[in-house]
Design a protein around this ligand. Structure first.
Ligand code: FNR
Length: 184
């Protein structure tokens, strides 16, 4: 199983990118996580351009189509998802019948430096992914106080949160296997 990891943060030291890397190390079996690193290149969505996708947008379409599942790790900006993540999801929704997210197993996690661990942003991301037709795992992983949440070598400090992350990944794996013709 190949999981495409999409961090909603553009910054180099992103806690959400760290969370994706921690998730990659917890994936079961043969599964691998590949991080999409082109979010910053995606231009503002314009309905006039949707039938001639820019290369950067096509790269995201292709990366998702090539993956068996998607894992979004979102920061919270003003109790919602970052605009650049919403913008990318809007591109991915057009035309809806061709969206690589349709029927794609997806899970959402999130980290923030506040107390609540991006719970509102995670709910928002699940809502938007569901609207596009992804098969979204109905679980969240609130990683609050993210400045202190990761060991320098990668894993989450809190073992209960690490177990919860592994549980979400196991659900994502099971959801993906249920739709593949042969075990992967
Ligand atoms: C934030 N942050 C934030 N945190 C939170 O828990 N709830 C919020 O509503 C917001 N709002 C917010 C708005 C904007 C514009 C910024 C830049 C930041 C703090 C945020 O959680 C923190 O910057 C995270 O570290 C961002 O995630 P990355 O970049 O580390 O992945």
């Amino acid at each position: 199983m190949k999981v495409l990891g999409l961090s909603g943060s553009l910054r180099a030291g992103s806690h959400n990118s760290k969370l994706l890397r921690a998730a990659g190390d917890l994936l079961p079996g043969e599964a691998e996580l590949v991080e999409f690193d082109g979010l910053k290149l995606i231009p503002p969505f314009d309905e006039d351009d949707e039938h001639a996708r820019p290369d950067s947008v096509q790269a995201l379409f292709d990366a998702i189509a090539d993956a068996d599942a998607v894992l979004v790790s979102t920061p919270e900006y003003n109790h919602s998802i970052p605009g650049q993540l919403k913008n990318a999801l809007d591109w991915l929704s057009r035309p809806l019948a061709e969206s690589p997210l349709r029927n794609k197993p997806a899970a959402v996690v999130g980290a923030s430096t506040g107390l609540f661990g991006a719970v509102w942003a995670q709910a928002e991301a699940r809502k938007v992914l569901s609207a596009i037709g992804a098969r979204v795992i109905d679980r969240e992983l609130p990683i609050g106080m993210a400045d202190d949440a990761f060991h320098p070598h990668g894993p989450l400090v809190d073992e209960d949160l690490s177990l919860a992350l592994a549980g979400i990944l196991a659900e994502l794996h099971a959801e993906t296997r249920s739709s593949l013709p042969a075990a992967a």
